[in-house]
Design a protein around this ligand. Structure first.
Ligand code: 5GP
Length: 191
């Protein structure tokens, strides 16, 4: 059997914006800072599926204090690259956050509309405190004013993929954050 030359997800990347090493270093710093700030406070890290899972998995292993994790899923983007402005809760918290010290762990904040909605929703559940830890901040297109307490990197207004972030559900498994080749958006994939 003849096999075609293997095409990988790396072939669709135009540029690497943040290398795996740069991500690891910064996530380690964020974890150390959170461990210090939340020592003795037993925080719950509330994360949003699916884009945040890789960041969350690395971040909690960079933290040395007792903590718990809960996951929500909200829909914001469809299969394209533009935000719809519409937010729907697809999966809710599995435990009460009343009286808890909440750290919202987000992959990326772009317009801020998704997080703005989520924060209002979470405040209604009466946490003792709530702070935001976001890996990537894309301030250029911000529509909702949001105070981010912990930021990994501030990035330019480009659509990025990798380290959990997808384009049409693909590329989440890239170990770095990159920019897609424009041809991937515009042409049907070559089989
Ligand atoms: P916002 O509501 O802040 O505009 O968008 C938040 C969500 O949109 C993120 O959690 C993420 O799922 C998605 N998003 C925003 N910018 C990007 C991007 O550059 N790449 C990818 N893959 N998703 C993005």
């Amino acid at each position: 059997m003849h096999s075609a030359p293997m095409r990988t997800i790396h072939d669709d990347v135009e540029e690497v914006l943040l290398s795996a090493d740069a991500l690891a270093d910064r996530v380690a710093q964020l974890g150390a800072q959170l461990s210090a700030d939340y020592a003795g406070r037993d925080p719950v890290l509330v994360s949003v599926l699916k884009g945040s899972i890789v960041f969350l998995a690395d971040l909690i292993r960079a933290m040395e204090i007792p903590l718990s994790v809960d996951l929500m899923e909200v829909s914001s983007y469809g299969s394209g690259t533009e935000t719809s402005g519409q937010v729907r809760i697809l999966k809710d918290l599995s435990a009460s956050i009343e009286g808890r010290e909440v750290i919202v762990v987000e992959d990326i904040i772009d317009t801020g509309l998704t997080l703005n909605y989520l924060l209002r929703y979470l405040w209604e559940r009466n946490p003792a405190s709530m702070r935001i830890c976001c890996l990537l901040d894309k301030p250029a297109r911000r529509l909702a004013e949001i105070e981010i307490d912990y930021t990994g990197f501030t990035i330019p207004d480009r659509f990025v993929i990798g380290y959990g972030l997808d384009y049409d559900e693909r590329y989440r498994n890239l170990p770095y954050v990159g920019v897609l080749r424009p041809s991937v958006y515009s042409s049907p994939s070559e089989e």
